[in-house]
Ligand binder design. Structure first.
Ligand code: FES
Ligand code: FES
Length: 207
């Protein structure tokens, strides 16, 4: 027997139409192709089941240890929030569809493709971007190792690669070459700097 849309309720009493309309409160994650980067939902309870949108909503992002309160549409991706709202342009947009890794950031200890992550889904969680790595004027050891190994050419992929390598070393202080290749497999470098990147990580782990 067919049901009308209004009768077609979810277990929480929302009609299918309202559920789909409020879909902006969460995102569907798609893992970056073959990579160590995850794209997707990190439930933080910020929206607490409340439907938001289609207009702007106020959220607070914790980026590199500072809180920023901004008004965004629910469809705003994390990379858009970082670049267009916070003017943190170190995180790059390459493909804007989870394929290149240029937009990699670290959220709650895991790498995410920020082009696949809605800003509202990571409100309140610790977000680290390339701008947050240096400390008191000192580059992070991974950044310095990239320079020492000459591990960049045009540099467009470099912030994303550094975030993937930094996150690897945060979790494993003595990674193997296989670990390094797996961690960076979601980061595409058109200039082909991979051998130098691997060398940089092997040097950074000593530091
Ligand atoms: S994976 Fe996000 S811009 Fe390419
Ligand atoms: S250094 Fe140019 S794309 Fe990687």
């Amino acid at each position: 027997m067919s049901q009308s849309h209004d009768d077609n309720k979810t277990s929480k009493g929302l009609s299918r139409r309202k559920f789909l309309k409020g879909f902006g409160l969460t995102s569907i994650g798609v893992a970056a192709a073959g990579g160590g980067i995850l794209g997707g939902v990190i439930p933080d309870g910020t929206t607490n089941g409340t439907l938001v949108g289609p207009g702007t909503t106020s959220i607070t992002l914790n980026v590199n240890g500072k809180n920023y309160t901004i008004n965004v549409e629910p469809r705003t991706t994390l990379v858009e929030a970082l670049r267009d709202h916070l003017h943190l342009t170190g995180t790059k947009t390459g493909c804007d569809r989870g394929a290149c890794g240029a937009c990699t950031v670290i959220v709650g200890g895991q790498t995410l493709a920020s082009c696949l992550t809605l800003a509202i889904d990571v409100a309140g969680l610790p977000i680290q971007t390339i701008e947050g790595l240096e400390s008191n004027g000192q580059l992070h050891p991974v950044q310095q190792a990239f320079i020492n190994a000459d591990a960049l050419q045009c540099g467009f992929c470099t912030p994303g690669l550094i975030m993937s390598c930094k996150n690897l070393l945060d979790h494993k202080n003595n990674p193997t070459m296989d670990d390094i290749k797996t961690a960076t497999s979601g980061n595409l470098c058109r200039c082909g700097t991979y051998p130098k990147v691997f060398e940089a990580v092997l040097n950074a782990k000593k530091a």
